[in-house]
Design a binder for this molecule. Structure first.
Ligand code: MN
Ligand code: MN
Length: 471
């Protein structure tokens, strides 16, 4: 590399690999990422994430807010919403009304959901299958011929809840969507445009092929599958109606590359931010401002619903914090929200070495170059963006520079190339400052996404610095 002149050193933006910036921390980075890959193995769905986060919170002295009568600085509480959404708070020395430091990540990831009436038998081919409706922005062709596991919850007729997780252990079966063989795809499939290569209604999962012996049964394979499920879980066909079953990649997180510098795992968007902000809030003790780590779902489909960012749950949580620390009034809650500082902890797209054309190189984030500050998301003339102010970015940038955290800038692709959104704009509706801030990912939304260990670690450091700060 050419050495920079003094003038260049003084004037140019630093664009340095996180590995170089954190040369002395390589051991810490690798050991921190062991915890991360372990979390990723056990938290493939939003429910599993909430369960893991709750267990971890309890181990770190967070108390259920329902069991708390009064909150004092330094105390730690959590609240769970419908098993799919959770908030953790460490009470600060300053009153809640002065504002909170909030890091919000999402714990849902693109996947294939089973339809409410999923099971059918294809008599011609002699197999039983599940119909699916994909969830979030997937490239459908990624999901064929890859082993899938089935995770979820079924509420039976009697109200009893059954948890299902099958396909993760080597002795359990997996599920698959068979693609057409190349020998016969030429006319029927190869001429389709890529997004239509596999169509939504073609995402049908193979689930069985042995028929029942009973001669009177019409759909022998379908009934055989139901009979097996009935024996194992006590369910009948109608129970699928009151279920949330998700087909997710049956893969385990692995290190990638000869140097093991990268991580491959399903669902790193956005559990990479969930895990790092969880570890950061765990280590936050006696902060000036109350620190909140919020984990929402339904981000991948627009933050809708009662467990997404648009739900009142978060606002209610802040109301509870006000109520438990001082005399409650509505204006105090509104002040708390307006005075808050938030990081929308979500991933950006790392520059793809093979598809550079869709990126604008001066503003693209790079794998391993540290946590990404994304001034705005949206697309096509900043439409639908939450555009962080110069003042707020100024504060975050100074904080990260002071704490020597590896960070970089990032914009999602070239202007008019596409775009995407996060929870940032919903946080901004509370009149708080918010900035998108998370690691960059290669192959985002693919069944196996790639991150850099250096970025995982810099995200953790960044969130920790943010929680401990008074901006
Ligand atoms: Mn995301
Ligand atoms: Mn996403």
């Amino acid at each position: 590399m050419v050495k920079k002149s003094k003038l260049e050193e003084k004037l140019l933006m630093k664009n340095e690999s996180g590995w170089k910036k954190m040369e002395k921390k390589q051991k810490d980075i690798f050991s921190f990422c062991k915890g991360y890959t372990n979390f990723m193995l056990n938290a493939k769905t939003e429910r599993e994430s909430v369960s893991e986060i709750t267990k971890n919170a309890k181990r770190n002295n967070f108390k259920n807010i329902k069991d708390v009568k009064k909150l004092k600085p330094g105390m730690r509480v959590y609240a769970v919403n419908r098993e799919k959404n959770i908030a953790l708070a460490v009470i600060g020395k300053k009153g809640i009304e002065k504002g909170l430091n909030i890091v919000v990540s999402h714990i849902d990831s693109p996947r294939l959901d089973l339809k409410p009436n999923p099971l059918y038998e294809d008599k011609d081919s002699g197999v039983a299958l599940f119909k699916t409706h994909y969830y979030g922005g997937i490239r459908k062709y990624h999901w064929v011929n890859t082993p899938l596991a089935l995770h979820g919850t079924i509420i039976k007729r009697n109200g009893e809840s059954v948890s299902i997780k099958i396909g993760e252990n080597p002795d359990e079966p997996v599920f698959i969507i068979p693609d057409l063989l190349p020998h016969l795809s030429r006319k029927f499939q190869d001429t389709r445009k890529l997004p239509e290569g596999i169509k939504g209604e073609e995402l049908n999962i193979l689930v069985g092929s042995i028929p029942v012996k009973d001669k009177d049964v019409k759909e022998k394979i379908k009934i055989a599958v139901l009979d097996r499920l009935n024996k194992q879980y006590g369910i009948v066909e109608e129970d699928f109606m009151s279920a949330e079953l998700e087909a997710v990649p049956a893969t385990i997180p692995r290190e990638i590359g000869f140097d093991k510098s990268m991580i491959g795992a399903y669902g790193q968007d956005d559990k990479i931010c969930a895990y790092t902000s969880l570890m950061a809030v765990n280590e936050t003790k006696n902060p000036e401002k109350t620190s909140v780590a919020l984990f929402v779902e339904k981000e991948e489909i627009g933050s809708e619903g009662n467990t997404g960012m648009k739900s009142m749950f978060f606002e209610k949580f802040v109301s509870e914090l006000v109520k438990l620390t001082t005399d409650y009034s509505e204006i105090k809650v509104k002040n708390a929200l307006s005075n808050s500082k938030a990081l929308s902890a979500d991933v950006n797209a790392a520059l793809d070495p093979t598809f550079k054309d869709v990126f604008e190189l001066r503003n693209a984030s790079k794998l391993g170059f540290g946590i990404v500050l994304t001034k705005y998301t949206g697309g096509g003339g900043k439409y639908s963006a939450s555009d962080a102010s110069a003042e707020y970015i100024g504060k975050i940038r100074k904080l990260f520079n002071d704490k020597k955290i590896a960070w970089q800038t990032g914009e999602l692709g070239k202007v008019d190339e596409g775009g995407g959104g996060t929870v940032a704009k919903y946080l901004a509706e509370y009149n708080m400052d918010v900035l998108d801030c998370g690691p960059s990912i290669l192959a985002m939304h693919a069944p196996y996404e790639v991150s850099s260990k250096a970025d995982v670690y810099s995200a953790y450091q960044a969130y920790k610095a943010f929680f401990g700060s008074e901006l």
